[in-house]
Design a protein around this ligand. Structure first.
Ligand code: SAM
Length: 278
């Protein structure tokens, strides 16, 4: 694809999240014809390429070297090379490296073209049966428990379907924190190992899901997308937010003042906040 006369292109190529047959014909063609493939883990991506009989130079591009490498990769594309960026699974940049390279390429006026395909969040949403006209992708929650709980509390009043990525070793804790923040009754869906042998999609209330996962070690294995239905309506959302603010202010102010301010800030009726510890 090299052409010294005109700059090359950066292709952002989605790869399978489990089932290798999900690598699209266009993705295969792109990976076969670019000058090099930038990969999060070159060993992992070499195996994927080998499966399709593709042999291209691979360059390691991960969060630790992306800033430093982006400039050199841009120079190569300006000199006429075309490059592809892939991550270990799914769509690059979605909780994966690639953002800095894409930004640098765009700032340099280079063409950046998507080769769309699998992404765990869209695959999960497509089978969840939760409202999907508006949703918020929250990626991975913070690893630290206090930061994770704070993030969840701030989302409790959001009326959009909430989507989280989670790993096997934290799924238990995450579900417990979600029950505490959203209430055990909130409908939710757990999508595990999508497109793989042990693909499982569980739905129920958050408390039910927590119990099922807690009771069965097999349900704690693999990769997860956790989806939580949004707060029921704007009224409920205001009350949830009001209670959160009331709990924060209550630590520093008399209850009546905290409730008055929380009601003003959130738009919730003051009575709905009284006596709530959050
Ligand atoms: N870029 C990827 C994408 O587009 O989906 C996501 C990469 S992120 C580092 C990896 C996380 O995605 C996993 O921890 C899990 O939450 C989710 N994930 C990836 N593959 C999955 C699968 N087959 N089933 C369920 N979740 C998956």
């Amino acid at each position: 694809m090299s052409n010294a006369a005109s700059p090359g292109c950066l292709y952002v190529v989605a790869t399978p999240i489990g089932n290798l047959a999900d690598l699209s014909p266009r993705a295969q063609e792109t990976l076969r014809t670019v000058d090099a493939v930038c990969a999060e883990d070159t060993r992992h991506s070499r195996q994927l390429l080998a499966h399709f009989g593709i042999e291209r130079p691979l360059l390691a591009l991960h969060e630790h070297n992306e800033d430093e490498l982006a400039g050199r990769l841009v120079a190569r594309m300006q000199a006429g090379e075309s490059l592809a960026v892939v991550s270990d699974a799914g769509t690059p940049l979605v909780s994966d490296p690639g953002y800095r390279l894409v930004r640098a390429a765009r700032q340099a006026g280079l063409k950046v073209s998507p080769v769309p395909g699998p992404s765990a969040l869209i695959a999960a949403l497509s089978v969840a049966g939760l409202p999907s006209d508006r949703f918020a992708f929250e990626g991975f929650l913070p690893a630290k428990a206090s930061a994770r709980r704070e993030r969840l509390a701030a989302l409790a009043g959001d009326t959009r379907t909430l989507i989280f990525y989670e790993s096997a070793h934290r799924i238990d804790e995450m579900l417990a924190d979600a029950v505490a923040a959203f209430g055990g009754e909130r409908p939710a869906v757990l999508a595990r190992e999508l497109t793989k042998l042990f693909e499982t999609v569980l739905d129920g209330s958050l408390a039910e899901l927590q119990a099922r996962v807690g009771a069965d070690a097999n349900q704690r294995k693999g990769e997860f997308v956790v989806m939580v239905q949004g707060a029921a309506d704007e009224g409920e959302a205001k009350i949830v937010e009001g209670r959160r603010v009331y709990a924060l202010l209550g630590a520093h102010l008399p209850p009546s003042t905290a409730a008055k301010l929380a009601a003003e800030i959130s738009g919730a009726p003051r009575k709905a906040l009284y006596g709530q510890s959050g």
